[in-house]
Design a binder for this molecule. Structure first.
Ligand SMILES: [Zn+2]
Length: 235
């Protein structure tokens, strides 16, 4: 059995460790929410890029259609002129120009068809990116709501355990409480440890038979000669 003041310290340490664990869990939540939010931003960026690519193709198509219209008009005008031409030389020159315009028209029609294919594909990509974004947004909304509830619960628990911790600390004599607090800080959150297999379970160094016996008897407060942690007998 540990000495009574050590029992009080064990209870205090349990509360201290609980508060530290709860604070750690609470601290992990905001970065997690932020990470989820940045995934939504990523999906939104991908959707915008897909929309932009689609808009660019539409713009290219409109330009080509404008060019096509112009070429068709030019061909019609030249066709009409043919009837007014009297000289053979001029006639064949205009005829040649008409042929060139027809070739240009075919090429443009080909390009426009190709653009339609690409626009269709780009439209499908926009649809896929939209669906991905909606999915990410739904995930984010759901997870954020859950995490916010969790965070609120953790903060309540932190408050509760901090109050309990303060109450427990008042049960301990000031000098001992100060030593305990120093040890807790310098020894990774473990100031009071049980003896295990003849060793201090904080630093794993074997105790002398005398120290071992003193801890077992539980009459005085015993500390580890190596790490200065407060020892107790468990069992
Ligand atoms: Zn030790």
């Amino acid at each position: 059995m540990p000495v009574p003041e050590v029992e009080e310290l064990i209870a205090l340490q349990q509360l201290d460790r609980r508060v530290v664990a709860l604070e750690g869990a609470a601290r992990a939540i905001p970065p997690l929410i932020q990470e989820l939010e940045s995934r939504v931003q990523g999906a939104r960026g991908a959707r915008e890029a897909a929309r932009e690519a689609n808009a660019q193709l539409e713009k290219a198509r409109r330009l080509k259609e404008g060019e096509l219209k112009l070429v068709e008009e030019q061909a019609r005008e030249k066709q009409a002129r043919l009837y007014e031409i009297r000289k053979n030389e001029e006639y064949s020159a205009v005829l040649k120009e008409i042929e060139l315009l027809k070739a240009k028209r075919s090429a443009l029609e080909e390009e426009i068809l190709h653009l339609f294919d690409r626009i269709e594909e780009a439209g499908r990509t926009v649809g896929v990116r939209e669906a991905e974004l909606r999915e990410r947004e739904a995930d984010f909304a759901r997870l954020r709501a859950a995490k916010e509830v969790e965070l609120e619960r953790l903060q309540q628990e932190i408050g509760e355990f901090t109050r309990r911790r303060a109450g427990q600390a008042r049960r301990i004599e000031t000098g001992l409480l100060q030593s305990y607090t120093r040890l807790l800080k310098s020894r990774g959150g473990l100031a009071v440890v049980p003896v295990k297999d003849g060793s201090c379970s904080g630093c794993f160094v074997a105790l002398t038979p005398q120290t071992h016996n003193e801890v077992r008897k539980g009459e005085v407060l015993v500390t580890c000669a190596n790490c200065q942690r407060i020892l107790y007998w468990k069992g």
